[in-house]
Design a protein around this ligand. Structure first.
Ligand code: URA
Length: 209
């Protein structure tokens, strides 16, 4: 399965345009990211398995739908993933949360893990990895490889912006992982930034340079 879902809802596209604008202040950028993350979370959870349970309404007993299985796991790929985390957690408050930290070794250019803390029983959970920018895909691919090594079997990847290169690389490395994004941008520049993009998502959400 090679799946890419672009959430083209008008509110998402409008908010994303505001985020792309260079003059959008940090606080507004962060708030918009939180808002968009909820639309993306809505889409990425569309196929979650349901079961039923017997409940009593004020009128009568009924068999009502409820999420099946263990609580899902949200995995933030540090640091920019944290900008998506809170909004997704508002929608799925009982989700378990993990973090994967990777940096790029400047000599080998390969991602190196510096932090890995994830919920238990990953193999029994739907796992949603979050990172706003799928650019080269190197860090997302490495993070998902680590999650699979930790037992994850059902993984989805949620991002704000994806470049075609990153999507192709992810599909190649992890064809089983569904990608949900707000937009698919044209390309990467020579520094690996998405263009037109929105710049460095971490810097823009945290006000760093
Ligand atoms: N990471 C970012 O924050 N922005 C890009 O354009 C690419 C990677």
């Amino acid at each position: 399965m090679k799946k890419l879902t672009v959430v083209d809802h008008p509110l998402v596209q409008h908010k994303l345009t505001l985020m792309r604008e260079a003059g959008t202040p940090t606080a507004v950028f962060r708030q918009l990211l939180r808002e968009i993350s909820q639309f993306l979370a809505y889409e990425v959870t569309r196929e979650l398995p349901l079961t039923t349970k017997t409940i009593q309404t004020p009128m009568q007993e009924m068999e009502a739908p409820t999420l099946a299985g263990k609580k899902l796991a949200l995995i933030s790929i540090l640091r920019a993933g944290n900008g998506l985390l809170d909004g997704v957690l508002e929608l799925i408050p009982s989700a378990r949360v993990g973090f994967v930290g990777l940096y790029r070794d400047e000599e080998t250019l390969q991602p190196v893990e510096y932090y890995f803390k994830v919920p238990d029983a990953l193999s029994e959970r739907v796992v949603i990895a979050v990172d706003p920018m799928l650019a080269t895909g190197n860090s997302a691919i490495a993070a998902i490889t680590k999650l699979k090594e930790a037992g994850a079997k059902d993984i989805r990847f949620l991002c704000l912006l994806a470049a075609a290169e990153g999507v192709a690389a992810m599909h190649e490395a992890h064809p089983d992982v569904e990608i949900v994004t707000a937009a698919l941008d044209a390309k990467l520049n020579e520094h690996g930034y998405i263009v037109p993009g929105l710049g460095d998502a971490g810097d823009r959400m945290f006000g760093t340079k």
